[in-house]
Design a protein around this ligand. Structure first.
Ligand SMILES: [Zn+2]
Length: 84
């Protein structure tokens, strides 16, 4: 489960620069992505059946989310400006 209480769906895997494989979970509620290092007890058949995604870091994803939020807030301010 994610922070917002929605279920997380595995959407793919990617390989970090250090060679570590990461499983990407996508939140069905809020578009958040979470990265989990693939552990020995993970279902490897599932992991292998998932698409390989371009490498990404949590920092890049966070930057994208902040940017999206700023655009959203800017749009809301624009609407306020038009209404008055
Ligand atoms: Zn969520």
């Amino acid at each position: 489960m994610s922070a917002c209480g929605c279920s997380m769906e595995p959407i793919g895997t990617f390989q970090r620069r250090d060679g570590e494989y990461v499983l990407v979970h996508h939140c069905l509620g809020c578009e958040l992505e979470r990265f989990n290092r693939i552990a020995a007890d993970d279902d490897f058949d599932l992991v292998l059946s998932l698409p390989v995604l371009p490498p990404r870091t949590s920092r890049e994803v966070k930057a994208q989310q902040v940017e999206a939020l700023l655009v959203e807030q800017q749009e809301q301010w624009d609407l306020v400006g038009e209404a008055s």
